[in-house]
Write a protein that binds this ligand. Sequence first.
Ligand code: NAP
Length: 472
Amino acid sequence: MTPTVRRVAVIGSGPAGIYTAEALLKQADALDGALDIEVDVLDRLPTPYGLVRYGVAPDHTSIKSIANYLQRVLERPAVRFLGGVRFGDDVTRDELLACYDAVVYATGAMRDRRLGVPGEDLPGSVAATDFVNWYCGHPDIDPDMFSLDADSVAVIGVGNVAVDVARILTKTSAELHHTDVPEPVLTALAASKARDIYMIGRRGPAHAKFTTKELRELGEIPGADVVVDPAEIDLDAFDPTGDSARLAESDRHVRGNLTVIRDWAARTPSDRPRRLTVRFWLRPVEIIGADRVTGLRLERTRLNESGRVVGTGEYEELPVQMVLRSVGYQSVPLPGVPFDERSCTVPNDQGRVLGADGEPLPGQYVAGWLKRGPTGVIGTNKSDAAQTVRSLMADVQAADAQSAVPGSRRRVEEALAGRGVQPVSYTDWLAIEKREMELAAELGRGQRVKLVGWDTLLAACGAAPREPGGDI
Ligand code: NAP
């Protein structure tokens, strides 16, 4: 039997996109030769791996090594990487639907959520997404964006991104020397004046989103004292519902976090060069400053009887010159693709994109953070992608049962060539990687040092410079 060939475009080459490509091949293999799948993975960046390259902190080398796994998927003969292709600008949704049997959107969540307090846009008030992109060498961010001349920095939020950002600010540049941090970023971190770093949660330690392994690392930085006020980790003082105490009993993660935090609260600071103070039950009400940040006004919070965070009317001001807002990511809408503005996700039923009438839109699917919101660890995207692909495969098989011969389709290269777009290939990407490894050797640093800026990346693979544009 000659297998039916089905072609699928995946938009986004981060973990969700590449796990989708892998699931497509795996689920097609399970059909014993009845179906061949070819997958094109498109990305607006000339580099693959999305958040693994531009979100995972540079000193988290074991998480970054997930790229080795993703690389093996991109190297499968049935998979192509088409980098530097902007969905909506270089190729539209309708063009893709004409070229492929199915399109899977997996563009993640790259925009910061807003705090909604006065002063949020003052110079010195920074979205964690920008700061993370900066230290990860994202080509959209100017490597000279941060000079780090603040003595005191507040990080708002107690999730894992806040922990990453606080740790990068607290470590010395020597501790990051062997990582892939771009050289200008390492220079700026070496010159950082930050001495006091605060990480601030609007609820208590039992409700914090960080995970224990990540949290523990903050207490292991040789050049920094970690300070916690024992009064702020009293499980009953701010929570009349008893929920904190219940979680401390029943939830293993909460127990782990509390063990770490209680250990910190019992420590005596030893006058190390930097101090990281973790605060709870405080919410930002204003970022203070005339023409740049000079302070942060916080209100003491507690839970009310129904478990909602409420202000107590008691205020304090922290004299900080930089505020990093790390209160979660959001997805951005894709041109022509349904988007729920409230949840900032694409409406879907098990990965099938739903139209305004609640019915699935033929040939369109969604995976990853764009599908379920910015939650979970990288591995969560694997089962999530498998679910989307199960829906896709069921639809493809149902369509094949109705029409035995799928129509021939236009190649995406034609649509791209019509706009003068020459995609960055996987081989081009390998040339970028090679240059990053050479740079690390030249600088006497670790395995690789990130190249920064669009022009440098494109020059490394011999591609013509171009306007980056677009969010997607
Ligand atoms: P997150 O886990 O959702 O944490 C967001 C934090 O911001 C929470 O503490 C939240 O508090 C707080 N927050 C939200 N709105 C606020 C407001 N208006 N004022 C004050 N605080 C506010 O988000 P994230 O840290 O961006 O992480 C995103 C995802 O990536 C998570 O799944 C995370 O685990 C993952 N990640 C994992 C790693 C790792 O495994 N090493 C590293 C980085 C990120 P409430 O709980 O009170 O809303």
